[in-house]
Structure formats: C-alpha cells, structure tokens
Design a protein. Structure first.
Lengths: 112, 119
C-alpha cells in the first residue's frame, strides 16, 4: 500500500495568516495515464469530509480560491492564503493512483 | 444536486455480518464513469477506504479487508450495498459512502453512519 505522510499533524494559525500542509507519498503518484490522483479533503468538526482539491491543484466546485494545491511525484502541499474561522478542522490528503486508495493521518488546523 | 445517505444498524455483535445501504440521488450509477465508494473512520482516527463499485459493475476492494467485503449496486433503486462479515470491535467506525468514479476522487459524501460493534 502507498503510505501517505502528512506534516504537521497539528497547525495553530492566526486568523488572516497563511497555512501550509505537506503530504508525502511512499511511491510516485503518477498514474500510467499521466495523471496524478492526489486530492485534499477538509473535515470540519462533526461533519463528513469535503473535497477541496483534486489532481494536485484543481479546486472543486464552490471551494474558495484561498485554497490551493501544488506538488508533483511524491511531494504535495495544500496552502490556505489567509485562514478564516470556518477553516478549522482536519485536512486529509488522499491518493487514488493505486489500489487501495489511501489517506494521510490528517492535519488538525486550529486557531491560535 | 447530488446527495447520498447511509443506512443500517447502529449496533452489531462480534462475528455478525454488517449490511449498509447507500441511497443516492442526483446521479445514476448506469452513467459511464460513475462510481460509489465506501470509506470508514474509527472515532478520532483517520479515514480508511474500503470499496468502490463502478457503473459497469467493476468492483474494487481494500486488499486487507477483501475477504470480508462485498459491494453491490441496484441501479433501479439508486442504491449501493456494502456487506462486511465477521465484525469485530475494531470495526467500530463511522461508515461513509461517497460519489466518485473514474475521476478517482470523492466529490460528494453522505453524512455517515456510526456503527458500534459490541456484545
């Protein structure tokens, strides 16, 4: 299985300041079709996960443009340009390049 | 508008079989490229992908749980059913179904259903 490792596991951030979460995979996530199936999900407290970013850097419908994704191969990053109160929650990266799909351990974003 | 809703027992005994149903609307599982997956989350822990079924009845399972899982679809009822045999307390989790497919992401999620395994 591909292991997804997120850092940090906890991120206290001041409102209005940027935040960054790293995700590293144990193998390259480049699929034979040329795509890299790395997505980012947000899980607010008591809520189901919500898709933010797919294929590294594509924002899903309705996701604010303060969220952005980048990376390639085995190293990926989710950035929030200016953290808002509603961004509190746990963020997961997920790879779907190879079965089984696997998730990172989650990064808890909290306000200082 | 795409919605999904999980249903099933909230409490099962060890060794029993769990049957969960995902009822969805806003899309059809007979449409090319569409799939529905199951993901679970033990209390306070991370997400774990379990299984996925595609519009063409192709099925994928987590290798570590494959011997215990069966995923089926009923296109006419807009439902996907997941069965998990030989339940154990470590299987206590919130079980989610999600809309996905050949895009290889999960765009829409149900609210989840908490299943507790206890005698």
């Amino acid at each position: 299985d591909i292991v997804m490792t997120q850092t940090p596991l906890s991120s206290p951030v001041t409102l209005g300041q940027p935040a960054s979460i790293s995700c590293r995979s144990s193998q390259s996530l480049v699929h034979s079709d040329g795509n890299t199936y790395l997505s980012w999900l947000q899980q607010r407290p008591g809520q189901p996960p919500r898709l933010l970013i797919y294929k590294i850097s594509n924002r899903f419908s309705g996701v604010p443009d303060r969220f952005s994704g980048s990376g390639a191969g085995t190293d990926f990053t989710l950035k929030i340009s200016r953290v808002e109160a509603e961004d509190v929650g746990v963020y997961y990266c997920m790879q779907a390049t190879r079965n089984p799909y696997t998730f990172g351990q989650g990064t808890k974003l909290e306000i200082k | 508008q795409i919605t999904l809703k999980e249903s099933g027992p909230t409490l099962v005994k060890p060794t029993q079989t769990l049957t969960l149903t995902c009822t969805f609307s806003g899309f059809s599982l007979s449409t090319s490229g569409v799939g529905v997956g199951w993901i679970r989350q033990p209390p306070g822990k991370a997400l774990e992908w379990l299984a996925l079924i595609y519009w063409d009845d192709d099925k994928r399972y987590s290798p570590s749980l494959k011997s215990r899982l069966t995923i089926t679809k009923d296109t006419s009822k807009n439902q996907v059913v997941l069965t998990m045999t030989n339940m154990d307390p470590v299987d206590t989790a919130t079980y989610y179904c999600a809309h996905g497919g050949i895009r290889r992401d999960f765009q829409h999620w149900g609210q989840g259903t908490l299943v507790t395994v206890s005698s």
